[in-house]
Design a protein around this ligand. Structure first.
Ligand SMILES: [Zn+2]
Length: 399
């Protein structure tokens, strides 16, 4: 068997159901790679509706061929999001609520990125735009569902897949649908990338806020009337210094003025300037305080006006009892094939923040293992795919 040396568990694990299931995925590793490549080669930047709709239709056909009933949620301004329902067994004894598999097919890469960043394999790593975040996660869904159908003839329980079109830009068109589906679910499994190369699942995520501070000053000719101007840029600079004092890393609070704009020409005292700010919070309790501080900024120069807009978009995913119980289950399944599955708390937000924020048990980071999300060197580790698929299949069965 190729790769026998690198994957000891495939040959040395006891002859249990889990060892059989692991072998099943191990033998299909190349097929999983092929599926991931198919998805990576369909570029799908969040802000290009036609492109995102293209991958939505491709995936709709894939899930339909597995017997799922497919529904595209139309959006005018964003790509369409894809819901797929699998009925599962009708036996009354297993009349269970669906498990929700959550993910997104939009990426941060503009059309054409593929030309300079092709889908390719090097040293056991699969590279390409969106390969880790999170096209490998979608491929894992397809292969886990297919496997469960083969093992049980039909799915052992109802499963809903929801793939959104706009996660990388705040999930504004899909959020209410995600929340509605989560409400009906026994639990939510999020196929975002694992944390780090050890493949930890994510049991806590920070909350995320997006704010914009706009400053209006008074324009004047910088040469003829310098004293008459009130510079929006100068005011903004002072505001940014003040805002950055809100950073409190030991408490998990961070504030990043990431984009600034302002002014028209060097010889004009700037009438307008603005900054876009990314805010991260560790606990829901911190949201109101941070929001109040940001929205109550007063101008240093009385002739300037400052106006803050935006807010906390995703509340933190906190490690509630429900989240911890899902992690415990996942660790047990991993343990069946001699794998010590770790957990991690991370700074990035996902749609799992929405569902966890509603109190629905949510486990995130079940997708591919790799590095470089949103960067040119984005990759997944190919040899990790079989056990990730095994874990997902096990979780679908037992949540
Ligand atoms: Zn993602």
């Amino acid at each position: 068997m190729p790769g026998k040396k690198t994957r000891k568990t495939a040959v040395s694990a006891p002859q249990t159901k889990w060892a059989d299931h692991f072998r099943y995925f191990f033998e299909r590793q190349d097929r999983m790679v092929k599926t991931i490549c198919e998805l990576v080669r369909i570029e799908s930047p969040s802000d290009n509706k036609a492109a995102v709709d293209g991958i939505a239709r491709f995936l709709a056909a894939k899930f339909e061929s597995l017997g799922g009933s497919v529904r595209l949620h139309h959006s005018n301004n964003f790509g369409d999001s894809l819901q797929v329902d699998f009925g599962g067994t009708r036996e009354p004894s297993t009349n269970r609520r669906p498990v929700l598999l959550l993910g997104h097919y939009d990426t941060v890469y503009p059309l054409g990125t593929l030309a300079g960043m092709p889908c390719r394999i090097e040293n056991g790593r699969l590279f390409g735009p969106g390969v880790l975040d999170m096209k490998s996660g979608i491929a894992l869904m397809l292969h886990a569902i297919e496997a469960l159908q083969e093992w049980h003839r039909e799915l052992p329980r109802p499963v809903t897949v929801f793939l959104v079109s706009d996660e990388e830009i705040g999930s504004h068109s899909s959020r209410t649908i995600t929340e509605g589906l989560a409400k009906q679910a026994a639990g939510v499994l999020v196929l975002e990338p694992a944390a780090g190369l050890r493949g930890a699942v994510k049991t806590a995520r920070k909350g995320v806020g997006e704010y914009t501070l706009r400053v209006k000053g008074v324009a004047a000719h910088a040469g003829l009337d310098p004293g008459k101007g009130h510079s929006a840029i100068l005011e903004l600079a002072q505001q940014i210094a003040k805002i950055s004092k809100l950073n409190n890393l030991p408490q998990g609070l961070s504030v990043n003025p990431g984009v600034i704009r302002g002014g028209t020409r060097t010889n004009v005292v700037a009438a307008e300037a603005s900054v876009e700010i990314d805010v991260r919070i560790r606990s829901a309790k911190q949201a109101a305080g941070m929001d109040r501080k940001l929205c109550s900024l007063k101008p240093f120069d009385k002739r300037c006006r400052v106006e803050m807009s935006g807010g906390i978009n995703r509340l933190p995913m906190e490690r509630t009892a429900g989240v911890a119980a899902l992690y415990k289950k996942a660790r047990e399944i991993a343990g069946e094939v001699g794998w010590k599955l770790e957990e991690a708390a991370v700074g990035g937000g996902s749609d799992g923040n929405f569902t966890a924020g509603m109190g629905i048990p949510t486990l995130d980071g079940l997708g591919g293992v790799g590095d470089g999300a949103h960067a040119m060197h984005e990759f997944v580790v190919i040899s990790e795919l079989p056990r990730r698929a095994l874990l997902l299949a096990g979780m679908i069965e037992s949540v």
